[in-house]
Design a protein. Structure first.
Length: 81
């Protein structure tokens, strides 16, 4: 489904990845709220390996672990520019 079909287009369009941190945070909250409001009753059940529940929310423990891994400095990429 497209963002327009999901009624997420407005929230997504307002996100400015170069904007100030507080603006980005507000946009992310708006996008998340818009996604939560989407009727997912007709969507297929996510496979267990995705760690998503029936509402397509990521398991909190998995999310926490991914954030920990993402913050590790020994895994940062240096592209040499």
């Amino acid at each position: 489904m497209s963002p327009r079909a999901l009624r997420l287009a407005g929230a997504l369009a307002s996100f400015d990845f170069t904007g100030a941190q507080d603006e980005r945070a507000r946009s992310v909250k708006a996008i998340a709220a818009a996604f939560v409001a989407v009727d997912k009753r007709d969507w297929p059940q996510p496979p267990p390996a995705t760690a998503l529940d029936r509402e397509y929310r990521l398991d909190e423990q998995v999310l926490g672990r991914l954030r920990e891994l993402g913050a590790r400095s020994d895994k940062q990429i240096d592209i040499g520019e």
